[in-house]
Design a protein around this ligand. Sequence first.
Ligand SMILES: [Zn+2]
Ligand SMILES: [Zn+2]
Ligand SMILES: [Zn+2]
Length: 152
Amino acid sequence: MSQTFTMDDLRARLSERQHKMTPQRQIVLQIFLDHPGEHLSAEDVHDILRTEKAEIGLATVYRTLELLSDLGILQKMEFGDGCSRYEVNDTDPTRHHHHHLICTKCGKVEEFDEDLLETLEADIERKTGFRTLDHQVKFFGICKECQEKGNQ
Ligand SMILES: [Zn+2]
Ligand SMILES: [Zn+2]
Ligand SMILES: [Zn+2]
């Protein structure tokens, strides 16, 4: 999805939750602002930090990501490869979370922004009384690039 968050928004979200913006948190969050639409693992964040010559240990990266996801600033996701990935949480309560398309060949994660589940959500509510507030939908398959490679 197109991200419109700024560091000020994220700082405000931290202070709403009685947490301060520390230099380490700012550096980690900046990586997410610099990589919109990507789903980064702790190792990815750590690798990017290393190329930027920022010395933050992997354990600290893990702790920072966990804290930021506990606070709802980042959203933590599992895509079936055993490693947690994070993206900036879209907190707009009027919109449901975008879907993820996961390539089982190359591991790429694409986003699909349209909900398209409204009929299903209404059906669920009618049949069970359950009101869907959000969802995490993952589609596993083969991305376009991998299909094209496979056809060569
Ligand atoms: Zn929905
Ligand atoms: Zn692929
Ligand atoms: Zn996403």
